[in-house]
Structure formats: C-alpha cells, structure tokens
Write a protein that binds this ligand. Structure first.
Ligand code: A3P
Length: 298
C-alpha cells in the first residue's frame, strides 16, 4: 500500500439493478464463476453493519477456528486473512485471487453482495453463511462516517444529502432495505444461513458467540468462549492494528476512525425529528412485505 497515491472518488453506476462502484465489478467474471468449497464460511453484511465483529468471532480467535494461528492475528491485516470476495482494488490481489490462494481450511470469506448476486457455487456447495444485519438508522450513520473518510467511496455530501441517498437506495451495494430483507427471505429456504443482528451482538456478546459456535458445529469450553467474548469487545478490536484498518491509506482516520463508536442508538445524535419521521415513513412502505424486525435501541 505504501507507494500508492490516493485515488479520486469513484462514480456510482447501475450494475444488474444495484448501485455499484467499479472496485466491486471490475473482476465480475471471476466473482460470478468463483468456486466455493463445502467448508467455506461466507460472512455477508450490508456495509457498516458490523461484519468486523463477526470476523473476529470466527477469524481472530484460534480457539474457534484452528487454522488461524495466534501470531497471524496480530501480524497480518484482516483483509489478507479474510478475502473480500468482490473487491478488485488493483494495489492488492483481488478477492477471488486471495481466496483461491488460501491454503487454510475452512476459508473465511467476506462479501457485501446482495443475496441475488452471490456466486451460485456457494449455494451449490451448501457453504455456511453468516449474515449480520444492523438497524437502518445506525447503519446509515455509520456508513456516512465511513464514506467521509474513505476515498474508495463516492462523495457522501453532508449528512442530509447522504441520508436522502441512503433512503433512495443510491448507495454502493444498493438499498439497505432490499439487502436485509433479501437475505432474510433466503434464510427461509437455505438452512446453512445464520442471520444475526448487530444489536444482539452488542447486547449480549456471550450469547451470540454461543449461537455462532453452535451454528459452526464447534464445541468450545466456557473458558474459550469467554476469551472470544473478551476479544471481540469494541475496545479490544479498536486497539488491534490488524482489525482497525490503520494500515490502509485510502482511509483517513483523522476524519473518522474505522472503529468509530460501536453503539446502538447513535442515530439519535444525527437524525433531526423531521429526518426521523421521514425515515419511519419510508421504512413502513419499503419493509411492508418482510417479517424481519429491527431494534433501534437496546
Ligand atoms: P460505528 O460506525 O457505529 O461505530 P463493519 O465492520 O461492517 O464495517 O461495521 C463497522 C461498524 O461496526 C462500526 O460502527 C464499528 O464501530 C462497529 N463495530 C466493529 N466492531 C465492533 C465491536 N467489536 N463491537 C461493537 N461494534 C463494533
């Protein structure tokens, strides 16, 4: 990364009905034809829903997945250990290349793709998938701060401009509404999918670690689970250079840190009363056909 100069912000365009930037479509043939393995674990989220938390459940703790040696957790950045499937940033290997070259088993792979764009071999191989969803209000706030500091994202404008785009679904990886409800519907027919909520993770990390372990078929001792729970606490992850993204120059941490607040309900510090009413109104419309339920406070 060190010799890289900051790129200008990319433009948003329509890709198979979803708003995208070229970083996630340039390698599309290889993404589409990606060969999943039956023991792969795919971690899927809408951007800024808390996938780092889920990663750390699975990727950081040696006790949970023995392939990830302790020294790698503090010496190798997370984007090398957990390939970002659709990414094609040119300065590092593409997500598919990194994943193809992983010798560890099972492989952990992350994606932000809406369910309809996930490469079909994941379904064919019946790979395990963990989806993490976060309530739309906090997700929007987190995404806004991320776009401010990340030159790999389109210009966010001010908070209100950003929020209007979020509501219209004009964000990278498309509308939040379709993303969370699309994956929720998939869960009804695909049993190897664990649907988790960021709010639950923050509320009771231990309980969610247990859910995840049982989904992955891992028998862990109480002590191991406690260790994992401690390791994924916000402060621990914020300190860890390999999970706080401090090695990536396209992100300007003076504007906003990657591990920003890690709270449920921070939206209250951003939404005006009018914006909140507008959000609730649109939410009712867009989410009227889904049974997925979110908590905006805990
Ligand atoms: P905030 O911007 O609200 O702080 P992602 O990992 O999908 O990029 O999502 C990032 C969001 O998850 C950020 O939210 C970040 O602080 C939060 N997050 C990451 N790790 C966390 C943890 N261990 N506990 C609580 N929140 C966490």
């Amino acid at each position: 990364w060190s010799s890289m100069k900051l790129p200008s912000r990319p433009e948003l365009f329509d890709f198979e009905g979803v708003s995208m930037v070229h970083y996630f479509t340039d390698n599309w043939e290889k993404v589409k034809n990606f060969q999943a393995r039956p023991d792969d674990i795919l971690i899927a989220t809408y951007p800024k829903a808390g996938k780092s938390t889920a990663w750390n459940f699975t990727g950081k703790q040696p006790s949970i997945l023995c392939n990830d040696a302790p020294e790698r957790q503090t010496s190798q950045p997370i984007y090398m250990r957990v390939p970002f499937l659709e990414s094609c940033f040119k300065v590092i290997a593409s997500g598919t290349e990194l994943a193809d070259n992983l010798t560890t088993s099972p492989r952990l792979i992350k994606t932000h793709l809406p369910v309809q764009l996930v490469p079909k071999s994941f379904w064919e191989q019946n790979s395990r998938i963990v989806y993490v969803a976060r309530n739309g209000k906090d997700n929007a706030v987190s995404y806004f701060h991320f776009d401010r500091m990340n030159m790999g994202e389109p210009e966010p404008g001010d908070w209100n401009t950003f929020l209007q785009k979020f509501i219209e679904g004009k964000k990278v990886f498309g509308p939040w509404y379709d993303h969370v409800s699309g994956w929720w519907e998939k869960k009804q027919t695909y049993s190897n999918l664990l649907y988790m909520f960021y709010e639950d993770l923050v509320e009771d990390t231990g309980r969610e670690v247990e859910r995840l372990c049982s989904f992955l078929g891992l028998s862990t001792s109480v002590e191991e689970r406690e260790k994992i729970t401690k390791g994924v606490q916000f402060d621990a992850m914020k300190q860890n250079k390999m999970t706080n993204y401090s090695t990536i120059p396209v992100m300007d941490f003076k504007i906003s840190p990657f591990m920003r607040k890690g709270k449920v309900g921070d939206w209250k510090n951003h939404f005006t009363v009018a914006q909140n009413e507008q959000f609730d109104e649109v939410y009712k419309q867009k989410m009227k056909n889904t049974t997925v339920k979110f908590r905006t406070e805990i």
